[in-house]
Design a protein around this ligand. Structure first.
Ligand SMILES: *Cc1c(COP(=O)(O)O)cnc(C)c1O
Length: 372
């Protein structure tokens, strides 16, 4: 161990502007789901996506609302990314629907359009017609959305984008999150911008927005007394979270530029040393490079991870595919598990926070190079 402060994977980056805004929100007395920062932050996001948005208290709750709005219910089939964080799929189980996991392609590591088509064709033979797809834009990398959306259109499947990690990424000049019927963002502490906890649901129209807003606030019907006709949720955001988010959002471009620079730093250094594999941007897409992720030869990732740890530097393995998790393992899976296991077995997420200093990057690199 040494005396350097710990280098984290993707820590929040908060300075005086955020602190001042949160204090202002507290002093205003509006600390619940109402207040001027809610309007300010939502209108910035809504302009950016050119769609209606609803601020929520997490990305997971936004995803659950998207499924409710897509009318997913008990026994419905929902196609879902396999190589992702478990939160992408949990809301399917909240509704007692059945996830069908779709494997990754090798360029973006996101859903493979081929496996998607294969799954739909195979299910059709059993007279199963999935109602929706949740496609995760992993580590901020845009998926092959043209093909994915086309396949879904041809089969009457609602597209929900899990853009929790992908705020600021774009595909054919459209912001990721606004490509599908619904999109969600997360503002958890480690994401590209944060509100401590929080998220956003991106919606297709005013009507859906109104309904989402109602569900998120305990499904109160319009009346001057308490009236509830259906199950509601406590999923709304707060004015304090929005005060934090509004300032963070103003810094989005700076944050993305920094994260992309960090990724390019690692890539340039690794390229000469070994056969490096990484997520590739497809034509006309821009990744925010939320996390810099690499596949290392053999099982070097384990050695590298433990020497980083000894030097007080955090790194993480890539997602453990969902079809291998106990909670999901009995559901159907269509994909190339060899490839996804390789991502899990040989990959590593390296420190990518937008407050990393050059001296930190040099230190991280030195530790890694000692192991290669
Ligand atoms: C973080 C994350 C979520 C969940 O967001 P929360 O705000 O933590 O609820 C969902 N999907 C993916 C891919 C994520 O990375």
């Amino acid at each position: 161990m040494n005396n350097f402060p710990k280098i984290y994977l993707s820590p929040p980056h908060i300075d005086h502007l955020e602190i001042e805004n949160v204090v202002k929100a507290l002093k205003s007395g509006w600390i619940s789901p109402y207040g001027s920062y809610i309007q300010e932050f939502s209108s910035k996001l809504s302009q950016y996506f050119n769609k209606k948005v609803l601020l929520t208290n997490s990305g997971t709750s936004a995803l659950h609302l998207a499924l409710k709005l897509a009318e997913i219910a008990d026994g419905d089939y929902v196609l879902c990314s396999n190589f992702t964080f478990a939160a992408t799929a949990f809301p399917i189980l909240y509704e007692k629907a059945i996830p069908v996991f779709i494997g990754s392609e090798k360029r973006t590591w996101n859903i493979s359009p081929e496996f998607l088509q294969y799954a739909i064709d195979d299910l059709r033979k059993k007279h199963i017609y999935p109602k929706a797809l949740i496609v995760a834009q992993i580590y901020g990398m845009p998926a092959e959305m043209d093909q994915i959306i086309n396949i879904c259109k041809n089969n009457n499947i609602i597209v929900i984008e899990d853009a929790a990690e992908a705020l600021g990424s774009s595909y054919h000049n459209i912001p990721v999150g606004a490509l599908g019927d619904y999109g969600i963002l997360s503002f958890n502490g480690n994401k590209i911008i944060t509100t401590s906890q929080g998220g956003t649901l991106i919606l297709p129209n005013e009507k859906k927005y109104k309904y989402a807003e109602k569900l998120a606030s305990q499904a109160k019907e319009k009346a001057d007394y308490y009236k509830h006709n259906e199950i509601g949720y406590n999923y709304a955001s707060s004015n304090i979270l929005a005060a934090l988010g509004s300032i963070q959002f103003d810094k989005l471009n700076k944050k993305i530029n920094k994260r992309r620079k960090i990724f390019n730093f690692y890539l340039t250094k690794f390229k000469d040393k070994f056969d490096v594999e990484y997520q590739m941007e497809i034509e006309n897409s821009i990744a925010n490079r939320w996390l810099s992720t690499f596949i290392f030869p053999a099982s070097l990732n384990k050695k590298i991870k433990s020497s980083l740890e000894k030097n007080n530097i955090e790194s993480r393995y890539l997602w453990n595919p969902l079809n291998k998790q106990k909670v999901f393992k009995d559901f159907p899976y269509f994909g190339n598990s060899l490839f996804e296991n390789k991502l899990f077995n040989n990959g590593l997420c390296l420190p990518s926070g937008d407050n990393l200093k050059e001296i930190d990057l040099d230190k991280i690199l030195a530790v890694i190079e000692k192991n290669i």
